[in-house]
Design a protein around this ligand. Structure first.
Ligand code: FAD
Length: 452
């Protein structure tokens, strides 16, 4: 193959933040590895997000421990391009052995011998271990209720870029997590008539008593929660770093001109029907918001923190008309709605992974990323080890755990009894040095790192 080697100890698939973090820990521990990325480093931050997206957390928080954002206010929110540049700079810092433009197409466990055979767009490679770092949000999901109507423009939030992309007319945004609320806000500010379909959500305050919610979730141990609370599987989190960062407040969005509607139930003959759950969803979002203020106050008091009090944060304005008298249905043509943006989340796609690492429902079966198929690891998935696992800071810590596990496994496999030790010593002495003829500096790096 044109990739520099035909075998490697550990292959990492994907060079988003997860792949870069994995490579840093493996490099530090001296584990020979190669990262294969089908596009560019942090490609999803560059081309898989809308133009105006900024990080949801401030720069001091949404980063890895060993590098700060250059020339950037730590309390500000980096743009998606700055986030992507950050990961490129990070990878360069330790000369991560990343090979871009290589698509991993299939991974199969070897029969009767160790390791895996991996088919890529550049040929075949073998590895003792494979770390799957292909992202928590791979395949945009549009629910089956989406109407088959050629008159409507329908896109997923993954394909939304900016308001100019949509035709004249109103927009229904389905889903009010961080993506949905920010896209709805942007479309309304661009002069569009917007309907926002709001389901169950959490909406932490952007900041409270002078501290960002990322800080509060950290000190309160919320980022480290190991399991999702029961019944919270479909609860999105609505936060925004846009325009300097602000608390997502659905009443403010309504007062601004967005029509809030309940969960989108069905489409029939050009009419969309909504669940009668809008007021309850807004009320539960308020509960979540207020419970974080309560927890923050209790923490501040218990620890004697002198943070400025902020009683005004508890003032919840009256419900707007669209919440008190919600729409139950909407004739899209009559309302002038010409497009739908589905901000309805993502699924993973592991169809290329032909290994025994999944449960009966097809979900990866693992403990903190160490799968039940020895040698296969998952990184970057939501709730891999904790709530923070799919986020920038969290994936770095999960990668460390996986790297430690790999080192331990390598130690077991390096065990020799006396006879083997003697034979191994004889073999080592007769190994000829491998001449490296490639012009690519990363090729040298990988070979130096002990390609076997
Ligand atoms: C709209 C949005 C905003 C977000 N904002 C934030 C935020 O502000 N802060 C935060 O901490 N998190 C945020 N996240 C969550 C998370 O940080 C991102 O989703 C991040 O991109 C995940 O990084 P990753 O490396 O795990 O996966 P990805 O970034 O998805 O990277 C996976 C890489 O694998 C490559 N790949 C996939 N399959 C293959 C294959 N078969 N062969 C080779 N390469 C392959 C892809 O090209 C990709 O580059 C956001 C997510 C979304 C969707």
């Amino acid at each position: 193959m044109t990739v520099e080697t035909t075998s490697i100890d550990t292959l990492v698939v994907g060079a988003g933040q997860a792949g870069v973090a994995m490579s840093e820990h493996l490099s530090k521990l001296g584990v020979p590895h190669l990262v294969l990325e089908r596009a560019r480093i942090a490609e999803r931050w560059r081309t898989g997000r809308w133009d105006s997206l900024v990080a949801n957390g401030p720069a001091w928080h949404d980063r890895f421990p060993n590098l700060e954002f250059a020339d950037f206010d730590p309390d500000a929110f980096a743009s998606k391009e700055q986030v992507a540049d950050y990961f490129v700079a990070y990878a360069k810092k330790f000369e991560a052995p990343i090979r871009t433009g290589v698509d991993v197409k299939k991974v199969v466990r070897n029969a009767g011998r160790q390791g895996f055979t991996i088919e890529t767009s550049e040929g075949t490679i073998e590895a003792n271990r494979v770390v799957v770092a292909t992202g928590p949000f791979q395949r945009p999901v549009i629910p089956p209720i989406a109407p088959q109507d050629p008159k409507l423009t329908q896109i997923h939030s993954a394909d939304y870029r900016n308001p100019n992309q949509l035709p004249e007319g109103g927009v229904l945004v389905v889903g009010a997590g961080s993506s949905g609320v920010q896209i709805a806000d942007e479309l309304q500010r661009a002069g569009k008539r917007v309907y926002l379909s709001v389901g169950a959500h959490d909406r932490p305050p952007r900041a409270y008593r002078g501290r960002d919610f990322c800080w509060w979730l950290g000190v309160l141990g919320e980022w480290d929660a190991e399991v999702m609370k029961p019944g919270r599987e479909h609860v999105t989190i609505a936060v925004s770093g846009s325009r300097g960062g602000h608390t997502v407040d659905f009443r403010r969005l309504a007062n601004q001109g967005i029509t809030l509607v309940g969960l989108t139930k069905s489409f029939d003959g050009g009419v969309v029907t909504f669940e009668a759950d809008l007021a309850a969803n807004i009320a539960r979002g308020d509960e979540n918001y207020l419970s974080l203020l309560d927890a923050a106050d209790a923490y501040a008091e218990r620890n004697g923190l002198e943070l400025p009090e902020e009683p005004e944060a508890r003032v919840i304005p009256a419900d707007p008309e669209c919440v008190t008298h919600p729409l139950h249905d909407l004739d899209l043509a009559k309302a002038g709605v010409t497009s739908i943006v589905w901000a309805t989340g993502y699924a993973v796609d592991f169809s290329w992974l032909n290994v025994n690492a999944f449960d009966e429902t097809g979900k990866p079966k693992h403990q903190r990323g160490v799968s039940k198929e020895p040698g296969i690891y998952f990184l970057g998935l939501p709730w891999l080890s904790r709530r923070g696992s799919a986020f920038i800071w969290g994936v770095w810590h999960d990668a460390k755990h996986i790297a430690d596990h790999i080192v331990t496994q390598r130690k077991y496999l390096a065990y020799y009894d006396d006879e083997q030790r003697e034979a191994h010593g004889r073999r080592e002495n007769s190994v000829a040095s491998v001449e490296n003829t490639s012009a690519d500096s990363r090729v040298h790096k990988v070979s130096e790192m002990g390609v076997n």
